[in-house]
Design a protein around this ligand. Sequence first.
Ligand code: AMP
Ligand code: MG
Length: 359
Amino acid sequence: MRTLRADESGLAEAVSLLRAGDLVAIPTETVYGLAGDGRSADAVARIFAAKQRPTFDPLILHLPASWKTDFESRSVVDLQGLHPTDANLARALAAKFWPGPLTLVLPRHPSVPDLVTSGLDSVAVRVPAHPTAQELLERFGGPLAAPSANRFGRISPTHAAHVIQELSGRAAAVIDGGPCAIGLESTVIRPTGRAGEWQLLRPGALPREAIEALLGAPLIEPPPSGRSSPGLAQPSPGLIETHYAPSKPLELLVGAGAHDWACALADHEGAALLFFSDASRDRALAGAEITRPCRVLSPTGSDVEAARNLFSALRELDASPAPSLLAELPLGTQGLIPAIRDRLERAGCRYPTSTGGTP
Ligand code: AMP
Ligand code: MG
């Protein structure tokens, strides 16, 4: 896999590879994506093969920013299939949150390859905010399918080096755009079919509060993990129970005090530790000397900083000599905390604490 610079010649090379049906990993503000021509069934098939991703998991199409105001006339979505209230809400959501980490699942245009949508009658679309992704999309002039550039089920890449670890030999190139600014996947929503009612399919980098403020109504909760639900024909990657996973066992402690942590440390000799903040680490360790690998997601407890560091911290601890990982599952419902909790819960399982593992 070649590493391309995010400059004139790197972008020109990436566009010619994409036009030839090859795959190029690209930086976005969420995570690195493995991009292929979203109008080519062959290129999309290569994405599934490179990621070893089951074909029942639909992909997100990334659109050029210049399509933001007329995305409905680009043969990708078909807003005629929606109630007029929802068509207007889709336009308003795009106008307010694109470019950015919001994915809209909308009725598909018939020309979208079946493989992109896993045969569903809907397609997921977003306009990414990363300047390199935008420049590339503008030059490519069409939609790019771009799921996270990792092998299926594993930790999402937030640096070009992670992509090389994951997909070396499986894609033509990666464009090095530096670390991802947000570090968590987009928030995915769809209209339910009842006018004005939208559902959260995956919590993500755009906090649900911001979406609910625009909709003027609460989002319906996501369908249960790993199972089909009416209208959502198959589970999709963000909904599969085990995902974003390190290769070593990961146990999660939620609402745990110093006593629970002492038990967990004794149970898991040498386990690497992951804490949300300096304050929660100090509370958990209660002054105990620690010689094992240990990472704090955000010293000050910022959800934004924690999100940015989550996947690289998991990856670093997974690569350490520690035999397993113990992580704090942060409490809270605001901002990016629900998305951080969602990713950790899919990456590991609960350690039984004295509170029974519930907050
Ligand atoms: P990823 O490409 O790994 O970021 O994941 C794509 C996400 O988009 C999945 O988790 C799904 O939740 C969602 N998605 C994509 N297409 C559809 C669709 N047609 N219907 C429902 N969800 C979709
Ligand atoms: Mg993914």
